[in-house]
Structure formats: structure tokens, C-alpha cells
Design a protein around this ligand. Structure first.
Ligand code: CA
Length: 390
């Protein structure tokens, strides 16, 4: 039996307990929970087959009461001695995509980001389009190319046409970018024609991941009118290996910045509207270039879920929806390089070199923390990705 060591100040203390899927030495992937520098094998520790599955989906599908009960059992378990075969050092395990992604939708919930992109893509028009403050704008992404942190990203090729060019050409993107976001993982969905009320969020959404929505700006700028992003986004979306439970985020809840002008329509009005005080850090080749604050987002996770289902669309276990790029009002709070370098015109210095968009071999790492119930910070792990040549 082992008492799990949790270093003082660890972002993976007992107030966090994020879930992931891991394997050791080529064994079958299974569900674990992160505690300090250890991964606890839940099938071995709790004796339940649902955790021997290669994804979190079967457990998530069991629903809210089970999420609460299992979290209580894990809390008791790790407070005492855990059977030795159930404990592995994080450095000894391989981490996998933690859930099978059902549908993937990406929103656009930061007013600062939407305004900045509006100014960059449509310099002669109002930055925000007329619908933006009435509904959480989103598009349907590609679930099949969601990958776990650590997966390399091959530079996409496609059609690009600069405004100064007469005709499009085909080739590798020369404006490859990131978008720092949070992703929300649906644990239990609803059948068709059963919209999820905005106040039912916590009974349906299991947890939160970090998400990097890799974006080829040159491909995107040419293709997106009038139906929105497609190949400029669908080549890869990276998520963190740890899913932080919504149940771990009570201490991180903060009021939304305010939606008074205009008031949202009734189906988007929460009895007590809230966002999350999550601070992200963006590192480019090991150097911090940005600290996007999630707490300033205009639309809440609950509003996005309610909006996604209000038309009668079904939702299901493993659905993933992204917040959209998180950007604050300051330059060093911008969550995409398009904004950070203002369309490439104001480069940033990364390890002594002037940079605007990603070069082959570049690596981007997103990390994040939030206030935990224990008074410290809880961590979301990281989402890491390196760019390989086309
Ligand atoms: Ca995005």
C-alpha cells in the first residue's frame, strides 16, 4: 500500500482530481486520476470495470450522481493508502485522448477576440456583426481530427489568395496560427427535440480541457465567406490529456462581465449567470508570449450549451464544444498570434527572433490554472504541439 505524496502547492491536489486515460508499457489504455505526480488506476483501485475502458465515455454516460459519488470515493481513497499496483508515476505512463469525441462545435465567445478579428478581416466595417451580442456564434468543427496533447501537427496545405493576388494558388499555409481556448466535454446529452435549459449545465457537462484550435489564416480568409471556417481549421485540434471535472471548479466561478445591452433572449438567461476564473499561459518555443484570461468571456459555458440544443439538435456523451479564442483587452492577453502580432504587422520577439506566424519546428504549449477549493490553484495540465513541415 502507498500513501500518495502530494507536494505542497501542487496543482494536482485533492481539490482537483482530473481524469485521463493512460497506459503503461504498451498495456491496454484505461482511466486514471491525477494526484500530485501520480496517476491512480481507477479500475485497479476501485474495482469497477467501467474504468478499464479506453475512454472516459462509459463513465461519463453514467451521469451526474455517479460523477459526484465517484469523486467522493476517490477523495477518500487518496486520503489513505492506495494499493501499490494502482499507482504509477506520471513520467512512466503514456497519456491518450481521454474521451471519444462525438460532435465538435467551436464558439466565438470573447468580445475582445471577435472585435480584433473583425477589425483585421473586415477593416472597413463594424468589428462585431449584428448577431454577436444576441447569440453565441459558432460553427461545426471536425471531431475526427481532435488529438491529444503531444501530437505533432503537420502544416496544412490548401487554397490561399491574398487580397493583392488575382487568383488563388495551392500550397502550404504561410499563416499558421493557434487559438487558446477551453473545451467543454458533455457527459450526458439529450435526445432530439429536448433542448438543455441554461440552468441544467452542471448535470450535463462533465469537465473542461485546454484546447488549441490550430488555424491556417490564409486558407481561412479565402474560404470562410459565406459559410464559415472549414479546411483552415479541420486539419487538427489539440486538447489536454486531463479533463478537470466541473465539480472541481466551484471556487473558480465568477460573475460574467455583464450582458445588459442587449439583454439575451429568455432561453439564454441564467438564474445566476457565471463564468470561470481560469488563467491561461501561451508559450511559444518555451517563451511566454500571452496570458489570456477566461473570466472576461462574454458568453458562458451554460449559454453555449443551451444555444447548441435550443433548435432540437441532440447532444451526446463525448460532445466537445470550444469557447473560442480567449483574449483580454491587453496585448499580452491575446490568445491567437493573428491578434498578438496584429495580422503579422507587429511581430513579437520569441527567443531573440522576430515572429508573427508559426514556422516548421515551432512548439506551442498552453497551460492554465484556476482557484481551487483548498485555497491554492488547480492545474489543467498542458496542451502541447509541434509544427512539422507540409
Ligand atoms: Ca476557435
Amino acid at each position: 500500500m502507498t500513501a500518495i505524496d502530494i507536494p505542497s502547492g501542487s496543482p494536482f491536489g485533492t481539490d482537483n482530481l482530473p481524469y485521463g486515460v493512460f497506459s503503461v508499457g504498451g498495456d491496454a489504455p484505461r482511466v486514471g486520476v491525477r494526484v500530485g505526480g501520480s496517476v491512480v488506476d481507477l479500475a485497479a483501485a476501485l474495482g469497477e470495470d467501467v474504468f478499464a475502458a479506453p475512454t472516459l465515455n462509459p463513465f461519463m454516460a453514467q451521469g451526474f450522481e455517479r460523477w459526484v459519488a465517484v469523486r467522493e470515493r476517490i477523495t477518500e481513497l487518496v486520503a489513505g493508502d492506495v494499493p501499490d499496483p494502482a499507482v504509477h508515476a506520471v513520467r512512466d505512463v503514456e497519456l491518450h485522448l481521454p474521451f471519444a469525441v462525438a460532435d465538435y462545435v467551436d464558439f466565438y465567445a470573447s468580445e475582445h477576440h471577435a472585435s480584433n478579428v473583425g477589425r483585421l478581416f473586415r477593416p472597413d466595417a463594424e468589428p462585431l456583426l449584428p448577431n454577436w451580442k444576441h447569440l453565441p456564434v459558432g460553427y461545426h468543427g471536425r471531431a475526427g481530427t481532435v488529438v491529444v496533447s503531444g501530437t505533432d501537427v503537420v502544416r496544412p496545405s490548401g487554397q490561399r489568395k491574398a487580397p493583392t493576388e488575382a487568383a488563388p494558388s495551392f500550397g502550404p499555409s504561410v499563416r499558421l496560427d493557434i487559438e487558446a481556448e477551453l473545451g467543454f466535454v458533455v457527459g450526458t446529452g439529450t435526445p432530439r427535440n429536448s433542448p438543455i435549459p441554461v440552468d441544467d449545465f452542471a448535470r450535463h457537462v462533465f469537465g473542461v480541457v485546454l484546447l488549441n484550435d490550430w488555424s491556417a489564416r490564409d486558407i481561412q480568409a479565402w474560404e470562410y465567406v459565406p459559410l464559415g471556417p472549414n479546411l483552415g481549421k479541420s486539419f487538427a485540434t489539440s486538447v489536454s490529456a486531463w479533463v478537470v471535472p466541473i465539480l472541481a471548479l466551484d471556487a473558480a466561478r465568477v460573475p460574467l462581465p455583464g450582458q445588459t445591452d442587449p439583454q439575451p433572449l429568455p432561453y439564454l438567461r441564467e438564474s445566476s449567470s457565471w463564468g470561470l476564473d481560469v488563467e491561461l499561459v501561451v508559450e511559444w518555443n518555451g517563451e511566454e508570449v500571452s496570458r489570456p484570461p477566461y473570466r472576461g468571456m462574454y458568453w458562458s459555458p451554460a449559454q453555449m450549451l443551451a444555444h447548441m440544443t435550443v433548435n432540437g439538435a441532440s447532444s451526446r456523451t463525448g460532445d466537445l464544444y470550444g469557447s473560442g479564442t480567449i483574449s483580454g483587452p491587453e496585448r499580452h492577453q491575446r490568445g491567437a498570434f493573428l491578434e498578438l502580432t496584429w495580422g503579422g504587422r507587429e511581430p513579437v520577439t520569441v527567443r531573440g527572433e522576430e515572429r508573427s506566424f508559426l514556422l516548421d519546428g515551432d512548439e506551442v504549449v498552453l497551460t492554465a490554472t484556476a482557484p481551487g477549493a483548498g485555497g491554492g490553484r488547480i492545474g489543467f495540465g498542458e496542451v502541447r504541439g509541434r509544427v512539422l513541415p507540409a
